[in-house]
Design a protein around this ligand. Sequence first.
Ligand SMILES: [Fe+2]
Length: 299
Amino acid sequence: MSNSTSKSIENNYDALELITEEVLKRYGDTPNPRLRELMLSLIKHIHGFAKEVKLTAEEWAFTMSFLEETGKWCSPGRNEFMIFSDALGLSMLTITQDYPRPAHATEPTLVGPFLMEDAPQFPMGANISGGAAGTPMHAQGQVLDIHGKPVANAVIDVWHSDDRGLYDVQDDFEEKGAWARAALTTGADGRYSFWSVLPVDYPVPQDGTAIQMLKATTGRSWRPAHLHFRIQAPGQRPLVTHIFDKNSKNLDGDAVFGVRPSLIADFVHQAPGKAPDGQTMTRDFYTLDYNFVMTDPIK
Ligand SMILES: [Fe+2]
């Protein structure tokens, strides 16, 4: 028996260090260099965390059960783990450090838990609300490249809440299908436009595990009203962002740290009358004008 093994039995502190050392040694054999770097750093930090707070077996068992329950809340249209990433600020941290851009390019922000691939495709100018309740809203603008030229064939995914603060995936999706969700493709002028309903402030989903964490910790669970956008275009780095309503009461307390001043826009209240697309509205509505500037493509 070696001296170090004897020490590990006799001295609790040394035994803890030896566990970490042994784990690091084994994962040091990971063939892929980037995966090796990620795993070794993760192990150092997570072991360090457990030692720093003297994590108990009961607390860790609770955590494992909590994560198991979190998995049960996930579905094709909802990623409960993403809400944890968002609420812990990790989504914004990684997006911010991984999206170098010139100052005039549109700022990215988190994708959130409700993005769906293969959203229904609509022609430009269409009403994408799908019957969602709320005040009519017309949104329009242009997708530009970093030099200010229109970006053609940009696929714009847009998704947002109705006036209850709910998304389609939270509202009997099996029965009703998608609403307030669309994919639009720009023409040569890079312009986009659509009708939908005004999004409102909403809290993090109240029925999952992320809200349990927020209630037990920060108490901050609200998000300011916003539209989600993902823009993918040939030769351009994809942009995922939000446009926030400047009239929202929760701009300073976003539960997921997503607000950036450059992404706050004026959703302008309009009395009945002519809309930007020429149609006559018989009730109040809102208009939004916002241009997106893509950054350089990935080199
Ligand atoms: Fe959202």
